[in-house]
Ligand binder design. Structure first.
Ligand SMILES: [Fe+2]
Length: 131
């Protein structure tokens, strides 16, 4: 389970709120997987939300870094594109295979590890770019 803490702070309240929301949804997936197999409708809703929220969040955060002339801007964009690629591949498998626990667990682990290390290595560098 991921917990947002001050070490994840980017200095931008909206970006931080969006990160909290993403962490919340990834944790929600973990909780779902700990119980009886979730229905396809519940998984569809969660994954659709996650997919669209991540896209909106990435765009917003990239805009913030660009405006702040953050030197991590390009690296951040590349990292986001790479994650969206992983997510799209997962969605492709999900459409074919349905809500298999193994597949969902894999996404949950990958997403949790990715967001944690991405925020800590890339996103928090926005803090130093504040003008
Ligand atoms: Fe980012």
């Amino acid at each position: 389970m991921l917990t947002w803490s001050e070490q994840f702070a980017t200095g931008n309240a909206l970006v931080d709120t969006q990160h909290r929301m993403l962490i919340d949804k990834i944790n929600r997936l973990e909780t779902l997987l700990a119980g009886p197999p979730p229905s396809k409708a519940v998984c569809d809703e969660l994954l659709n939300f996650l997919g669209s929220y991540v896209t909106t969040h990435f765009r917003f955060e990239e805009g913030c870094m660009e405006k702040a002339r953050c030197p991590m801007h390009e690296k951040n964009k590349q990292a986001h594109a790479a994650f969206l690629d992983v997510f799209a591949k997962f969605k492709g498998r999900y459409v074919l295979e349905g809500p298999k626990p193994e597949l969902l667990r894999n996404l949950q682990t990958v997403a949790a590890d990715w967001i944690r290390s991405h925020i800590l290595s890339v996103d928090i560098q926005l803090k130093a770019c504040k003008t």
